[in-house]
Design a protein around this ligand. Sequence first.
Ligand code: PLP
Length: 474
Amino acid sequence: MAVAELPVTLDRNSPSSLAAQVAAQLRRAILEGTVGAPHHLPSSRRLAADLGVSRGVVVRAYEQLTGEGYLEGHGAAGTRVAVRADVRAPACATPPRPREEPSRPVIDLTPGRPSDAPFADRSWRTAWREALAEPGHIALPPALGTDRLRAAIAGHLATTRGLAVDAEDVVVTAGTSDALQLIVTALRARSPKPRVLVEDPGYPTARRVLTTAGAQVQTLPVGPDGLCAAQLTTVDPAPDAVLITPSHQYPLGGRMPVQERLALLEWAAEHQVLVLEDDYDSEFRHRRMPLPATASLPSQAEVALLGSFSKTLSPWLRCGYLVVSGAAGDLLKETRTGLDTPVCGVLQSALAHYIDDGGLARHTARARRAYAHRRALLLDRLADRPDLELDALEGGLHAVVRLPPPVDAEDLAAMALTHGVRIVPLAPYYAHRPPENGLVIGYGAPSDLQLTRALDILLHLIDTTVPPDGRDHT
Ligand SMILES: Cc1ncc(COP(=O)(O)O)c(C=O)c1O
């Protein structure tokens, strides 16, 4: 019986093991009909010698394919292919596409990613050690959060936002998305499909979560200062809730003046609209002090403040909070208690230690300096480019760059990825309006060097679309 010649080549730099590579190529050869019954396979010793690998590599690959039914072991008579060369499943006629693996590391400028520095912080590790050393608990953590973390968050808000918060009004969440899901669940007790008004452009994740949780999402276009209160009266009937980012409109960066916030609160009180204030990055102001939270302004309206540790620490933690009082507070707390989906108890303990020991305040101050430095770097690198309009730089960890025609933001983002830079165009932030032609640059996670390199690549790509002498400098 003929011994098959096997088309196997090995890549020693591949993340797949050598045995997995041999098995995958042999499987493909059998499925393509290149190798089929009644072929005998070379002995494991011979194939191993041909490939320059240990015999165990080939034995493991043969065993794998025997288990899958492609091969049959015949003891001393060797191993045979169990599938006839002329029998091929139609679905397998096309060889599976090799998995695309980025050929080089990608510099990720996706917004919303902070630096990974907190994980290297000694106080963060100490906080976790202390949390783990606490007497073990065998019950569920409290649905609204541990008393200690709720009090720590109230203290944190007093120092960072000047808010006088009662710890009883704090609900610990698994981040903003979890808070939104909780809010929709609670509102559904009042109306089966609550209507939630959101900003356009706005946070796409919020739109998705609200819709998935059962809300009907309506949008209102934002102006340069965020949501314009006068437009709210055009929304008829009034929604059940309105989600705003008044301190740093996401993603365009507008800052809603106090006068506008007061007008919004008046409208919300009149129409019994629950105001959801997404205060996602107020800890990182680069120029002006943050305006007081809308939640702290005098009003009869019900306001829930949504906070998150995703930017101050990491989205990996899945932790945030809601601050809400009055009837809305009772409803949300009752719903959370009914759902009984508390945040991990050890995480809550560690976070409480970290906040109480001043670790979070120190980390935030350090991170603020690092982000301010990268923001300056971005400004500096783009200073001589009047063709590129920069925005949203007041605070946070991202900036918006508007691009000149004929550069197309989505084409540029696709091209940048092939050059090792991941960047997000503005388009997905828009729900119903024609999107602006721009990019959202997250500068929280990359190092200074990576950011400089990524900007060089982007500028080069822009210049190859618009030659420098073709730029409009008016
Ligand atoms: C506008 C906005 N709100 C809130 C968050 C935080 O969301 P979460 O706490 O679910 O991570 C982000 C994170 O990127 C955001 O961009």
